[in-house]
Write a protein that binds this ligand. Structure first.
Ligand SMILES: Nc1ncnc2c1ncn2[C@@H]1O[C@H](COP(=O)(O)OP(=O)(O)OP(=O)(O)O)[C@@H](O)[C@H]1O
Length: 499
């Protein structure tokens, strides 16, 4: 099958058989000056499908130099047949196909020659004398945005393009073109072909145009905002309201403190543009990553649990600690609320006055709950694994080289499973039992979970579905063990020693 950037130009059933490449070295010709890729196509199924299963891979793209009319190889797709043959290289001038001179032809006409060819096809090529040894070291990147080549009118060849979603790990194998890189999505087999993706600078300029965005939805803030309105009845607002009412305290950022505020059931969530995770993503469409194995003498990585309120993050955290109190620990939070009977300062909370809290961290209404980064350090210095339960927007604050957090998303199961498993469970607000889950709560919980995952999945290292509590707890324990003792992908900036 052959494609051009204007779409599929041949019936998908057409295959091109190639048995021989004729490399014709005539004389030294300067390769055409690189121009914008005006036309290109991918040689699919370059060879006999019966004899070589690798031939399903893409091959190369060609383009025409508008000044000279020359057709030349624009790029060779990594891992494809042309790449494996070693016979075609970017910049090679295509002189003839099956004896037909192609100079001056439109790429579509070249394609037509190939379509009409049967049996052996001979390519006569003048190799690019300035051939770069295409032995680039792969670079690993985490996608921080979504990309679909089919929605991108600027890609030179959509069919050679590769879609990816936020959080996908990409092995970038070719960055020789400043606009279009070649990459593979990991995990993948060694024999798989690369696809075209926009370079970081290209993606940034596209982000500015906003064309790649998901259909623009009103941004729903999943955290409380001071300038709030509780009157909206949109389902998304109700969904985020669910994360606030009927649940424990909600974290918000306060300098180096991660603070929580009790809401006493009131809805404090509103649409808010200032806290969109996409605003951060705009700066870095890709985050370069490297494999990291924690040296035994270093602190454990901070374990962050995140999920829709009510999904069971607290329950899982408490169970983990109970299971292995000498390994797992949570930092002791600060609160401005009065001490209750049976509580001990520094055990459940560090109790401080509201005035001190406000003096140190700003003015705020209601009782304040906060976890300081010092409290996290305290746990880590003791050699324990520190587990914190935070609101999704706080993840970015904690993503530091020092803490090297490993983020686990606790996902809600289906509404049916929520109904079955939470039959006797109660919603707990500020550590007091509030009420039993209602049918509406389950629907909202699942929806909120979906919203959080859609917006923040680029930060998640693992996902655990909290269906059966026992299973989820065991799964979580094994994931945490891997996070601490096995190599994991982390941002390269966290692994560099020079910072
Ligand atoms: N898998 C499960 N099966 C049954 N009940 C569960 C499960 N997970 C959690 N629960 C129950 O659901 C209720 C809410 O859980 P939990 O308090 O842990 O939610 P949360 O996500 O931590 O909310 P918050 O962020 O407000 O603290 C609790 O009563 C808890 O025991």
């Amino acid at each position: 099958r052959l494609y051009s950037d204007s779409g599929c130009v041949s019936p998908s059933t057409n295959t091109v058989k190639v048995k021989t490449f004729c490399l014709f070295f005539c004389h030294f010709i300067r390769p055409p000056r690189k121009t914008d890729e005006l036309f290109s196509f991918v040689l699919h199924s370059l060879g006999s499908l019966q004899t070589n299963p690798l031939l399903y891979c893409d091959g190369a793209t060609i383009k025409r130099n508008e000044e000279t009319g020359d057709i030349y190889i624009a790029r060779v797709i990594h891992g494809g047949l042309a790449d494996r043959s070693g016979l075609l290289h970017p910049g090679d001038l295509l002189v003839e196909v099956n004896g037909n001179p192609v100079g001056g032809l439109e790429p579509e006409q070249v394609i037509q020659i190939l379509i009409n060819s049967r049996g052996t096809i001979l390519f006569k090529v003048i190799p690019n004398p300035a051939q770069s040894s295409s032995s680039q070291k792969p670079v690993y990147m985490r996608a921080m945005v979504d990309y679909s080549p089919l929605q991108d009118s600027s890609i030179p060849c959509p069919d050679a393009g590769m879609w990816f979603s936020r959080g996908d790990l990409l092995e970038v194998v070719d960055q020789s073109d400043g606009h279009w890189w070649q990459a593979k999505k990991l995990p993948c087999s060694a024999a798989s072909c690369a696809g075209l993706i926009p370079s970081a600078s290209m993606l940034k300029s596209k982000q500015r145009e906003q064309w790649w965005c998901q259909p623009l939805q009103g941004h729903v803030c999943i955290r409380p905002c001071k300038h709030s309105s509780s009157s909206s009845s949109s389902s998304s607002l109700r969904a985020s309201a669910m994360t606030l009412i009927g649940c424990g305290p909600v974290l918000f950022e306060f300098g180096s403190m991660l603070c929580t505020e009790s809401f006493n059931g009131s809805v404090l969530s509103v649409s808010c543009t200032s806290c969109s995770p996409l605003s951060g993503a705009l700066a870095t469409p890709y985050e370069e990553v490297a494999l990291y194995q924690r040296p035994p003498q270093e602190n454990h990585r901070l374990i962050i649990l995140v999920g829709a309120t009510g999904v069971g993050v607290n329950e899982l955290r408490k169970r983990l600690i109970k299971l292995n109190p000498s390994t797992f620990q949570s930092p002791v939070p600060h609160t401005s609320r009065p001490i209750r009977a049976g509580e001990q300062p520094g055990r459940e909370y560090h109790f401080i006055t509201k005035e001190l809290f406000e003096y140190m961290y700003g003015e705020s209404k209601g009782q304040l709950y906060g976890t300081s980064t010092d409290a996290i350090d305290e746990v880590l210095k003791r050699g324990r694994m520190c587990i914190v339960d935070v609101e999704p927007h706080s993840i970015q604050t904690l993503r530091t080289k020092k803490l090297k957090p490993y983020v686990i998303f606790i996902k809600a199961p289906s509404v049916e499973r929520l109904r079955q498993t939470r039959r006797d469970a109660r919603i707990i607000t500020n550590y007091t039992v509030n009420r039993a889950f209602s049918e509406e709560d389950f629907v909202e919980l699942e929806e909120t979970s979906r919203v959080i995952e859609a917006r923040y999945r680029q930060f998640f290292d693992s996902v655990v579905v909290n269906d059966d509590l026992q299973d989820a707890c065991m799964q979580l324990s094994s994931i945490i063990h891997q996070a601490q003792h096995e190599p994991q992908w982390i941002p390269v900036s966290w692994s560099r020693t020079d910072e």
